[in-house]
Design a protein around this ligand. Structure first.
Ligand code: 2BA
Length: 109
C-alpha cells in the first residue's frame, strides 16, 4: 500500500476530492498553508493499493492547474527621506506537489 500526499491549491481542492471520491478512492483533506507564500492551500491524504497510484496521480493532474500568484516583499528599513516601492513578485504555483510513500501497516479499528 502507498500513501499519497498532494499539496494542491484551494481552488482545485474540492473538484479533486470529488474526482477521487467518485472513482471510489478515499481521501482526507487538510487545510494547510505554504511556507513560501504563507497563503492557504490544501493537502490531500490518499491511501491506496500500489496499482492505483497512477490513477490517483492522473486524477490530481487533470483537476489541478498552474496559476500565478503575487508576493509583496516586506519593505526594508528605510532612512528618513528614502523611498521604497514594494513591487509584487510573480510566482508560479502548482498544479500540485505530490509525494508517494510506502505504508508499513494499515488498519481500520
Ligand atoms: P509555498 O511554499 O507557498 O510555495 C508556493 C510557490 O512558491 C511554489 O509553488 C514555488 O513556485 C515558489 N517557491 C517556493 N519556495 C520558493 C523559494 N525558496 N524560492 C523561490 N520560489 C519558491 P509549488 O512548487 O507549486 O509549491 C506549492 C506548495 O506546495 C508550496 O507552497 C508548499 O505548500 C508545497 N510544497 C512544495 N514543495 C514542497 C516540499 N518539497 N515539501 C513540502 N511542501 C512542498
Amino acid at each position: 500500500m502507498k500513501l499519497v500526499f498532494a499539496v494542491v491549491q484551494q481552488e482545485d481542492a474540492a473538484q479533486t476530492v470529488q474526482a477521487l471520491s467518485s472513482n471510489g478512492i478515499s481521501v482526507t483533506r487538510f487545510n494547510s498553508s505554504g511556507g513560501f507564500l504563507q497563503q492557504g492551500n490544501a493537502t490531500l491524504l490518499i491511501g491506496v493499493d500500489e496499482e492505483k497510484v497512477e490513477q490517483v496521480v492522473s486524477l490530481i493532474r487533470e483537476n489541478c492547474r498552474e496559476r500565478n500568484r503575487y508576493l509583496t516583499p516586506m519593505p526594508p528599513m528605510v532612512e528618513p527621506g528614502e523611498f521604497f516601492m514594494p513591487y509584487p513578485v510573480e510566482v508560479q504555483v502548482g498544479g500540485a506537489t505530490v509525494f508517494v510513500v510506502n505504508v508499513e501497516s494499515f488498519e481500520k479499528l
